[in-house]
Design a binder for this molecule. Structure first.
Ligand code: AMP
Ligand code: GLY
Length: 422
């Protein structure tokens, strides 16, 4: 079989490595992939948003199955365009991907179908938003409606900060059209849990839970990033909470999307907060999380391609999805300065012995040498019986990898270890 994976980050590398375990897979193409992914797949210089070129490539190459991993192409209708040409895909169509593509859509969906989430108001006009903020409870949370490279959420600790955020989104248009509408919502507290799930629109199968570490610095300080590390499972996510989430959040979401004529197939990511008033949805993503995928998929014991195809074919209820009862930890090595400005182009030394545990996110090959080429450069994942050992081993891998300007957090997994002890 010829498989195509759209995207080029650590998440895509983890998907590709897992897909390769299936002996029916002859060749995997990554569009565009990256210098590290090139070790495991054939990289093709087509960007993840170049829908027409992606479709043309898939048709000309005779792709048997396509995995569209990032949010942008999904929201832009990459799956629709591929399916139109008869190419079977993993991922939601544009109508369903709106669950991530528009915060206003997802908030209104949750309200309509009684799915627990933060209380909110929607604004299309800046003056109304500013006047609402005169009396809104503080802290408050301001969200741009559309995709904003993961930066469209501002937690405002003061009224002035909240107003500045509204002005930057609605007047200065720092996120472009994504700021035409905004959501202002209640500030929630509690541990966060990422639950990725497989769904064929009828059945929803949650994957093992995970915990992201979004801030750049140790002890959750500094700027928000795409994610600096993950552990799985998430110790806060007990069996009782999982059962409650299935009943009050996961199944109602699948049903709600069906009722709206927007059947969701693929990976639906539930970003949850375990508040004192029960689990609530912070966000939906229409795709695998990054770097959640780098801890979740290594724990998957079932064949990924089989499970993915079951979501496409509507046979998920008959398909086994089994996870190892182990722990995983992924530590992201970034370029010093990320998520702000950083230098790149530094040669990377990844020992062959750890290669199978490394997921490359931002690297290119220059004159035959692998060099850094992004903010997040790679993730190192270790699996062990205990979380403590997984964390220790992930850092042991990190210490064998060298490139100039390398930066990583030193406390990935510490919060989870603490929670596990309580
Ligand atoms: P998002 O881009 O939607 O993942 O939001 C980024 C981060 O902002 C989340 O992971 C949370 O830590 C935080 N956040 C989002 N919404 C809220 C909220 N209503 N209350 C508290 N924190 C929030
Ligand atoms: N790690 C968070 C995300 O993928 O959105």
């Amino acid at each position: 079989m010829k498989i195509m994976v759209v995207g080029g980050g650590g998440r895509e590398h983890a998907i590709i490595k897992k897909l390769k375990e299936n002996s029916a897979v002859d060749e995997i193409f990554a569009l565009p992939g990256n210098g590290g992914i090139a070790k495991d797949a054939t990289c093709v210089a087509i960007g993840a948003k170049e829908i027409e070129k992606i479709v043309e490539f898939a048709v000309n190459t005779g792709i048997d199955y396509a995995v569209v991993a990032p949010d942008d192409p999904l929201v832009l209708g990459c799956v629709d365009a591929l399916e139109e040409k008869g190419i079977s895909c993993f991922g939601p169509n544009a109508k369903a991907a709106i669950i991530e593509g528009s915060k206003v859509f997802s908030k209104n969906l949750m309200k309509k179908y009684n799915i627990p989430t933060a209380a909110y108001e929607v604004f299309t006009d800046m003056d109304s938003a500013l006047s609402y903020l005169e009396t809104a409870p503080i802290p408050t949370v301001i969200k741009a409606d559309g995709l904003a490279l993961g930066k469209g959420v501002i937690i405002a600790m003061t009224r002035d900060e909240a107003k500045d955020a509204v002005r930057s989104m609605m007047a200065e248009k720092v996120f472009g059209k994504s700021g035409d509408q905004i959501v202002i919502e209640e500030f929630l507290t509690g541990p966060e849990v990422s639950v990725l799930s497989f769904t064929d629109g009828k059945t929803v199968v949650p994957m093992i839970s995970s915990m992201d570490h979004k801030r750049a610095g140790d002890n959750d300080t500094g700027l928000n990033t795409g994610g600096m590390g993950t552990v799985a499972p998430n110790p806060y996510y007990t069996d009782a909470i999982a059962a409650e989430c299935m009943e009050r959040i996961f199944l109602p979401t699948i049903k709600a999307m069906n009722a709206e004529g927007r059947t969701f197939k693929g990976c639906l990511y539930f970003g949850l907060m375990l508040t004192p008033n029960g689990p609530k949805v912070i966000e939906y993503n229409c795709r695998f999380g990054d770097p959640e995928t780098q801890v979740v998929l290594p724990l998957l014991e079932s064949d990924l391609l089989t499970v993915m195809q079951a979501t496409t074919n509507g046979t998920l209820s008959e398909t086994e999805v089994k996870f190892a009862q182990k722990n995983a930890c992924c530590v992201i090595m970034a370029s010093e300065g990320y998520p702000a400005a950083y230098d790149k182009g530094f040669p990377m030394d990844i020992p062959e012995a750890v290669w199978d545990r490394v997921y490359v996110a931002g690297a290119a090959v220059k004159d035959g040498v692998l060099v850094t080429n992004g903010g997040r450069v790679l993730g190192a994942t270790a699996i062990a019986e205990s979380l403590e050992t997984a964390v220790e081993n992930a850092y042991a891998i990190v210490k064998t990898i060298r490139f100039d300007n390398a930066y990583y957090r030193n406390d990935i997994g510490q919060r989870a270890l603490q929670a596990g002890r309580n």
